[in-house]
Write a protein that binds this ligand. Structure first.
Ligand code: 3PG
Length: 330
């Protein structure tokens, strides 16, 4: 690390500047910015390691991203899309770190073809997303805080679809609220985790949906999961059921959702990621559907700091030491 300390005798002030000894640049490009404190600490990590830190926030035009990334060696993003076009514009790029869990916004094939390492920061914003899922559940149970009789979540059955970092925290909070918690995740290798967490493992997605008053979705958006939550599955849910989606809008089959909401006037849907047809859903189904204005699962200062700092450290550690832990395009 290179540090330049200058002293201003008039003001009796000491200024510390980090020198960019490596000649490498890390761009933090976030259409939806991190909290200010997170950005400050990220910049310190990057500059402190002798790399230049550049910031592009709230950009409104792809051209701004294409131009900013042109001389970047590392790129830190949130839900920002890293497409083939971005990869082509970034001739020096060696690493992309998605500060967050889901990396469906990154064209992995395009990165891999250019030997660009892609990483995420698993677990760093999970608590924030889990808290939002629980908040949405209570919000829907209480008729979106409008006058009238709601219901309590205590004593109800909560189904966790995908038992990863977020799902397991939602399970813990659900239990604390007095809910009976079930989970379905065929990808969990160590099945003993369910018993340890006091969660009942469902044998299939059908069984999970059929038995639960609330389903909280935590599956990633992949080729296999896109539009996988449709009418067939949802129609198995009991009367008065609610689907909570803090995962990705793409995993829900929107036509199937419309059919379910139309046929089952007892059914509710809350999502952190507005559907493509959100306008129609709001118009047709009113208070039975809710969508946050902009994805807010990870929008807490704590999550921004956790994920942002992890992203900055991982980027630096790869560029300087070649550490590939958390690489997702192996
Ligand atoms: C994630 O995948 O980590 C969350 O969806 C958070 O996304 P965001 O950083 O765009 O808020």
């Amino acid at each position: 690390m290179g540090v330049l300390v200058t002293y201003n005798p008039k003001k009796q002030e000491k200024t510390v500047n980090f020198l960019t000894l490596t000649g490498m640049k890390v761009l933090i490009a976030t259409e939806k910015p991190f909290a200010k404190t997170a950005v400050e600490s990220m910049t310190k990590i990057i500059a402190g390691a002798g790399l230049e830190a550049a910031l592009l926030e709230k950009y409104t035009d792809r051209a701004q991203l294409l131009s900013a990334v042109a001389d970047a060696d590392g790129l830190i993003i949130r839900s920002d899309k890293v497409t083939q076009e971005v990869v082509e514009a970034a001739s020096r790029l060696k690493i992309v770190v998605r500060a967050g869990a889901g990396y469906d916004n990154v064209d992995l094939a395009a990165c891999t073809a250019r030997d660009i390492v892609v990483m995420n920061t698993p677990g760093q914003n999970s608590n924030a997303v889990a808290e939002l899922a629980i908040g949405m559940m209570i919000y829907m149970a209480r008729n979106r805080f409008t006058p009238g009789t709601g219901s309590e979540v205590s004593g109800k059955k909560l189904g966790i679809h995908a038992y990863g970092n977020v799902g397991s925290i939602v399970a813990r909070y659900g239990k604390a609220l007095g809910m009976k918690v079930y989970a379905y995740d065929p990808f969990v290798a160590d099945k003993s985790v369910f018993a340890r967490d006091g969660v009942v493992e469902a044998a299939s997605a059908d069984e999970l949906y059929a038995g639960c008053d609330y389903i909280s979705l935590h599956i990633p958006a992949t080729e296999q999961t896109r539009r996988s939550i449709g009418y067939e599955l949802l129609s198995k849910m009991p009367r008065g059921a609610t689907l909570i989606n803090t995962a990705r809008k793409e995993v829900v089959d929107e036509q199937g959702l419309v059919q379910m909401l139309t046929e089952r006037t007892d059914f509710k849907y809350a999502t952190d990621v507005a559907a493509d047809i959100q306008g129609l859903l709001d118009e047709k189904f009113g208070a039975r559907v809710f969508a946050s204005e902009k994805k807010m699962g990870a929008e807490t200062a704590e999550a921004n700091i956790n994920a942002g700092l992890a992203a900055a450290s991982q980027t630096v550690d790869f560029l300087l030491n070649g550490n590939r832990k958390f690489q997702v395009n192996k």
